[in-house]
Unconditional design. Structure first.
Lengths: 187, 187
DNA sequence: TCCGTTACCGAACATTCTGTATGGTAATAA
DNA sequence: TTATTACCATACAGAATGTTCGGTAACGGA
């Protein structure tokens, strides 16, 4: 990829992120973005069809990475079956959130948090599905599997959301403990 | 209130609702709304400052009513303490959703569902807070109260969302049963 | 180092939507 | 009946969108 392309794309991403941290998404204009990024109008449209596609690409970069990493972790049932004290995948996610580039936590706690929490939830669902697939654990509760997968994903994202809204006072370990206590009866 | 005012306001609400059921909120223009409602441009702005305020007013009408009704119900702990078989407030909500005017379920399951689920959640939180206030039930779990209030509210809304996304195959009673099973360990 | 390619810029453009203003008309409430 | 007022049609300025185009310079391969 041409260095100029990378630079422009990166400049737009960074500018967009900066704007998202202080302004509401829907009142950010393409004009705002190219002013902040200091690129030409035509350049923006050469990279992204619309503002919405820019958001989509940003989110895929943000959550795609964090979820893919967690995908490689051992599945939940290893934790129980072999007696090893592996950290739960959820604790891993919480720790990862703090170390991510482009300040993912800032976006998740900005005034645009709903947008990003939504993307987070969607991606997390895939992870939860593979984590708990074929463990048989979920079936014991006699509730539909995708109902539970959805419930667990949503609950985690909302736990993170609550955490951020209250100033991230708890440690990742404490928060993971909260979360485990909530879904423990189900898995 | 002047009859003409009521008619215009109602026409705008109805047109807006109709549009929301098929188009994405953000690409609905004021022009679309006044065309559908068949009112003048100036009339729209005499009633609503912006499209966003229209949405806000619509949501307050939709959820304000449904929540206020439920507010008058006996609190959850009556159910347990006096042994009466009163329906849970959640079952009541589910039944109410189907009978509401202006087709609230259509909006909750439209492509704009996220917007309305969000409003639903916000309003529900108030209800849950008063329902479980001072019952002491929540404190037994040793989790922060507003963490639990948030969790219960979100879980209910997501349960409804899941229900709609799967064609509302379950009866309100079955769904309430699902939901109770999920939060039962906490309350 | 040279050269063809290509990303970028600045500027201009038509188009669409917004929110406001105005003067005339007709429905309303008292 | 009469004063009020909500409404309409129209026009308008301002802003944002998405596209086009010719010129410039950075790039990567040879």
């Amino acid at each position: 990829m041409d260095r100029r392309q990378r630079k422009s794309r990166e400049a737009i991403f960074t500018a967009f992120t900066r704007l998202l941290e202080k302004q509401a998404y829907h009142q950010i204009t393409v004009q705002d973005i190219i002013d902040e990024a200091d690129v030409g109008r035509a350049t923006f449209y050469a990279h992204f069809e619309t503002k919405e596609y820019l958001l989509k690409d940003l989110c895929e970069e943000l959550f795609g990475h964090i979820i893919d990493t967690a995908m490689g972790l051992p599945h939940e049932h290893y934790h129980y079956s072999c007696g090893m004290t592996t950290d739960s995948v959820f604790l891993h996610l919480l720790r990862h959130l703090r170390e991510n580039d482009r300040n993912i936590l800032a976006l998740l706690s900005s005034r645009n948090n709903e947008i990003f929490l939504q993307y987070f939830k969607t991606n997390l669902k895939k992870l939860v599905k593979t984590q708990f697939a074929d463990t048989g654990k979920l079936k014991e509760s006699k509730l539909p599997e995708d109902f539970l997968v959805n419930h667990i994903s949503v609950s985690f994202v909302e736990t993170v959301s609550w955490w951020l809204a209250h100033g991230t006072k708890e440690t990742p370990e404490e928060l993971a403990e909260y979360f485990e206590r909530i879904i423990a009866p189900l898995v």
